[in-house]
Design a protein around this ligand. Structure first.
Ligand code: PMV
Length: 316
């Protein structure tokens, strides 16, 4: 084992969350200026130590903590490389707020997998990276679509359908997204399970909402290809309306959506699993994003970011 480093990105889901668990498409964007970095340094004393904002301590003691899913992933990786007792220091630094729908757990997994493969000088095909990332995602989230891991490891916006290889998608020549954090944590596992419970209890009522989100996602892809931002904005609203009826919005998210629309956004919706976390708002042009950002901050957003679609990276 040699010293190594793996990097991954935050993600936002433009449209399609929750429905993507049930085979509908989704569109998600990596945010390349918000990174997770995993640095792996071999130790000769056999100790296996982790230092991160989520967990500080030995790999063994992590079993009883929220870090257990990532710890299992690390153990399986070491076993795969026939080095289960290899000593190491693993430092994880993350610019992502955890539990805000930005894919923090998948990004952490992707950074660690990349670091471990590099430490053992092994090449890492993309489909293998995604399979490994879903080891911890399954433990942490129960029934992940794989979207978070696919986007955390991508460098361009992705069109994603569960079980299929993700494909890059073109973005328009203008427009901005404003991302705003409610400051309230949202648990992906709980939100996904609550939607599953609704679909089981009353499929006639809830299944059409899943399909409506899928159709809005297909329309959104068309809107992106045609540079039609008002059409994209309408699809964001259709999706937010369905997500609200599925019970994954919240008063704080609804308040931010309303504030963004009053400030001139073409559309706004929650992003990620909801019940807290972040929302996004679509601005016609980068110059109009500032007013939306200020309105969101006045309505209680704890942090806002601007992501210009033109660049499709580097929010500030
Ligand atoms: O909240 P996040 O960043 O973990 O996003 C979850 C996205 C869902 O569609 C709700 C679940 C999934 O596995 O795709």
């Amino acid at each position: 084992m040699k010293k190594s480093q793996g990097i991954s990105y935050a993600k936002i889901i433009l449209i399609g969350e929750h429905a993507v668990v049930y085979q509908q498409p989704a569109i998600a964007l990596p945010i390349r200026s918000l990174t997770v970095t995993a640095t792996l340094t071999p130790r000769t004393d056999g100790r296996q130590q982790i230092a991160s904002i989520f967990y500080q301590g030995s790999l063994t003691d992590a079993a009883q903590t929220p870090f257990a899913g990532i710890a299992t992933l690390i153990r399986r990786l070491l076993t795969f490389f026939e080095a289960p007792a290899q000593g190491f220091d693993l430092a994880i630094s993350s610019m992502l707020p955890p539990e805000r729908g930005m894919g923090s757990s998948a990004a952490t997994a992707v950074a660690i997998i990349r670091a471990v493969y590099q430490a053992f000088d092994a090449s890492l095909p993309h489909d293998r990276l995604l399979n490994w990332a879903n080891v911890s995602e399954r433990i942490i989230h129960g029934n992940p679509s794989g979207l978070d891991a696919a986007t955390a490891s991508a460098t361009a916006p992705q069109w994603f359908v569960r079980g299929q290889a993700p494909t890059p998608i073109d973005f328009p020549t203008t427009g901005s997204l404003v991302i705003a954090d409610t400051g309230v944590p949202g648990q992906t596992k709980t939100a996904v399970a609550s939607v599953a419970a609704k679909l089981t209890q009353d499929p006639a009522r809830y299944q059409p909402l899943i399909e409506a989100i899928g159709q809005a996602t297909s329309q959104a892809a068309l809107a992106l290809a045609q540079d039609d931002l008002p059409l994209l904005g309408r699809q964001l609203m259709i999706s937010q309306n369905a997500l609200r009826q599925l019970g994954v919005s919240s008063p704080a998210l609804d308040k931010l959506v309303a504030a963004a629309l009053s400030a001139g956004a073409l559309g706004a919706k929650l992003t990620g699993s909801g019940q807290g976390g972040c929302m996004i708002a679509l601005a016609k042009a980068p110059a109009e994003a500032g007013a939306i950002r200020r309105a969101l901050e006045a309505a209680g957003a704890t942090t806002t970011w601007q992501y210009d679609l033109v660049e499709s990276e580097d929010p500030s």
